[in-house]
Design a protein around this ligand. Structure first.
Ligand code: NAD
Length: 295
């Protein structure tokens, strides 16, 4: 079977265009223009580039956006006050606090302080719990983007064995819940693997679908997968590259070249899961502005 590259960049462009058209209609009818807030603490270059891309995408779709930037020295009470104010801001439909936060700030405390109705990242326990129960919720952006990819590429998931590698609260864990859910895409038999898994290769060799979210470059290799596997590579790893303008390039957790011929579908890095994450944040914000999740 020929390998299909899942083009996350093109798909996210299509989704953003669909959202832009919907925002146009909303504007014409005098409805509420979606408004996303982003809080960026410190000057981590990766975080800056993620937030910049989120704000730029908002503007392209016709959303309003508010960026709040504070230095890394901000205290936890000061940040909690900013969140309390954003929770109260009636024009703001949703907001995100870009992670990671400086070490002196407790990320869990910050996540808990966000009003679940405005938690468009889907990290608050109320949203996570609702997701786990199959109730309407803001789905975490990366797993939601992956579901959208599987749906729009008509990739069969029902009855398939999916191996998720990595158990983070923002990718691996919710992905395993969503893919095992009684929904479409879903209905998979899921194995959630992690750093303490005894024989990972034995698991990945049985997988019809692999979602790799580990953070180790080229970790999943051709000898670990069976023919016609579907590969979803979440990893974003910077590796030194003197020929690149920035001195580094981005690669995934999967040995793309090595696995390519064996896979039925594969996501590239960059241009795969990453752009879909931004698109799904916009989808959540649009839902928030229409009060579709909580009424
Ligand atoms: P994380 O960095 O919090 O944790 C890594 C996970 O990998 C852990 O659960 C750990 O158990 C597992 N792991 C580590 N070593 C392992 C091993 N030897 N065998 C099996 N599992 C092992 O996870 P994260 O936040 O989900 O990030 C993972 C990667 O995905 C990173 O490269 C990150 O940059 C990337 N990421 C990309 C997006 C996107 O939009 N594309 C979004 C989030 C994260």
């Amino acid at each position: 079977m020929a390998t299909t590259i899942i083009d996350g960049k093109a798909l996210s462009k299509t989704i953003k265009e669909e959202i832009r058209e919907e925002v146009e209609r909303i504007k014409k009818n005098g409805g509420k223009i979606p408004h996303l807030g982003a809080v960026l603490i410190g000057d981590n270059p990766a975080s800056e580039s993620y937030v910049r891309s989120k704000v730029r995408s908002c503007e392209k779709c016709g959303f309003k956006s508010t960026l709040i930037r504070k230095p890394a020295q901000i205290t936890e009470p000061q940040l909690l006050k900013i969140i309390a104010d954003l929770n109260q801001d009636d024009d703001l439909d949703g907001f995100i606090v870009q992670l990671p936060l400086p070490e002196h700030i407790d990320e869990d405390k910050i996540t808990l302080a966000i009003d679940p109705k405005k938690d468009v990242d889907g990290f608050h326990p109320v949203n996570f719990g609702r997701m786990a129960l199959g109730l309407p919720s803001y789905l975490p952006a990366t797993p939601n983007g992956i579901l959208e990819m599987l749906k729009r590429y008509n990739i069969e998931t029902t009855g398939k064995h999916c191996v998720v590698v990595g158990r983070s609260n923002i990718v691996g864990k919710p992905m395993s819940i969503l893919l095992s859910g009684k929904s479409h895409p879903g209905n998979c038999t899921v194995t959630l693997t992690h750093s303490r898994t005894k024989d990972l290769k034995a698991d990945t060799l049985r997988a019809d679908i692999i979602v790799a979210a580990i953070g180790i470059p080229n970790f999943i290799t051709a000898d670990m997968v069976k023919d016609d596997v579907v590969i979803i590579d979440v990893g974003i790893n910077r590796v030194e590259d003197v020929t690149a303008k920035r001195g580094y390039r981005l690669i995934g957790d999967v040995d793309y070249e090595g696995i390519f011929a064996k896979a039925s579908y594969i996501t590239p890095v960059p241009g795969g899961v990453g752009p879909m994450t931004v698109a799904s944040l916009l989808m959540n914000t649009l839902k928030a502005s229409k009060n579709e999740v909580f009424d």
